[in-house]
Design a protein around this ligand. Sequence first.
Ligand code: SAH
Length: 365
Amino acid sequence: MPTELEDIVKQKIRKTGPMNLADYMSLCLGHPTYGYYMTRDPFGEKGDFITAPEVSQLFGELVGAWIADSWVKIGAPEKVILLECGPGRGTLMADAMRATKNVDGFHKAVDMHLLETSPVLRDLQSKNLEQYGATWHDDLSSLPKDIPVIVVGNEFLDALPSRQLTWHETGWLENVIDLDINDTLRLHEVEADKEVIEALIPFLIPPKIGDQVEVSLEQQCFLGELMNIVLKQSGIILFIDYGFVHNVAGDTIQAVKNHSYCGLLETPGETDITAHVNFAEISQIAMKKNMMVHGPVSQGDYLKRLGISIREGLLREDATELQRRDLDAAVKRLVGEDTKNNEMGALFKVIAFSSSADVVLAGFA
Ligand code: SAH
């Protein structure tokens, strides 16, 4: 049975021709009625995938301590916008706020803002963050002006749509989706258009034949806009995501359902689709804007430097034997480096950008 979204994709292709992967990803994740995030809570063992804040409260608590420490380092402003991009269930923010309730003046300063497009997840966030008076946004244009900003985003950038190109003797070809003679969706290469090639050029060392690269115009545009806000209002941005630190990573656009990979064109709208984040590229975007870049470092190193073992030790004191085993497993998952075993420590990277060059942020050295 084709999904509703598959019919929509096919109709669009019949009408306007082959569809690039970013447009496909946008429809699959964000279609107002049938988009993956619009219709469900995808997280946890019963869902399709698990994110670090859902693995353990340790993650949000340590990020919370980092946020409060960064707030102190930017001079503990009386008001600070705390913006989370793509908060999922709101777990990271809830753990972060609980962990910082004794930081003098911090909760009073926080003006909480959440960037979230999914109505289902907004609902969950409002339940989990009820007492903090958050404001929700569809995009960055409605954020308050003139107040310092601290931004966090875990597994947000990877959800922004990406296009995929390969360098051939004849130039860049782009992977697009069209219909075969049986009216089935298929991947197919066509000559890449100027707009996408130009977006690649500032970031690329000369390509070799067969090099495959991904580029997200949405991500470039979003980061540019976010950095302009933070440069103008002052502040800090933190992103945690899976990704790589060199420019040519090959095919990283992947679909996941029930904790397993599946075909990109299978059951559109019912699988999560992500692309690895190119940390080299996003560092360059920040450097061009004269923002200070911190990292990237691996999630494992970042959490260890923030004191994950000390925090775990404290939680162990009051834990039952079963809870202790869960804690051990959670720490292993968050900082362990065995990527094949779904450990996140090496695959996930952490990067921060600050408007001031003077600030030394915890976790990066
Ligand atoms: N940070 C959470 C959830 C990560 S999943 C966690 O770590 O558990 C990606 C999140 O980004 C979801 O909340 C999804 O609804 C949101 N999202 C995806 N695309 C978005 C967009 N274009 N604008 C705003 N939110 C988006």
